[in-house]
Design a protein around this ligand. Sequence first.
Ligand code: HEC
Ligand code: HEC
Length: 221
Amino acid sequence: MRHIPRDHDSIKAPSWLLLVSASFALTACSPDKSLYPEERALAKTAFESCLICHSTKEMQRGPIIDGLPAWYSRNQLSMFLSGVRGQNPDNRSEFLMGSTRDRYAGQAIIDLLARYIEELPAKPYHPLVRGDAEKGKTHYQSCIPCHGAKGEGVETLNSPPLDIQEDWYLLDQLRKFASRKRGYHFEDIYGMQMAYTVNALSDQDLKDVIVYIQTFANVEK
Ligand code: HEC
Ligand code: HEC
């Protein structure tokens, strides 16, 4: 797991956050066990503030994250909080997420949110990216050691599943890795690893690989 950032004292926490911290202290650390009902209620309230961007209810500006494994959300939220991700204004959507740090300002709330997100059933998505799945399959062979043959993800390598999130978001992230808008920070070891793997791929290759991923992902039937 990534180290826990400590340089966020200046970020103001909303009042429910104090409640969450208190509850975390009481129940202590039991990573990735299912949430107790009280924890789930707190997490649900906290997650409400994410839905303005992470659901289709309002204007969706970020990906649907329902069903992402807790370890991955925990990593990402810790990175956003410490500024390893989300502080480059050229990466506008990532910067937007980075500007909401008051909503997950502490390891207790990060842990609660991450476990809550994991409990939400992943939503099937409508594919938008077009390309050549056969060509994409060839390129995908190089992804398998880290992300698995069916995009199931490999926790020990910190490689997230690729079969949950919408195709447009995955393509957007690949483009950002390719242009070093993600995976640029010197502490972002996993992002840099990932960025390195797309060096040899063209934009068409990236689309093709995403279309191959659609063949095993959680797409609408
Ligand atoms: C103002 C809009 C906004 C709010 C509020 C917001 N996010 Fe985000 N979030 C985004 C955007 C946009 C991205 C995608 C960043 C990118 O394109 O690189 C993102 C990315 C993420 C990611 C990384 C997903 C991935 O696969 O890498 C996680 C996890 C996440 N958000 C969780 C949360 C949680 C939990 C909350 C609430 C506590 C929250 N976000 C609140 C806009 C928001
Ligand atoms: C050396 C291992 C490795 C290889 C090979 C690799 N990845 Fe990754 N990938 C990672 C890691 C680690 C991350 C998470 C980075 C982070 O924590 O920010 C990642 C992240 C991603 C993301 C972002 C997901 C999200 O939710 O934001 C996408 C998309 C992705 N990889 C696709 C691919 C594709 C497609 C290939 C093959 C062309 C590939 N990866 C090859 C390790 C790898």
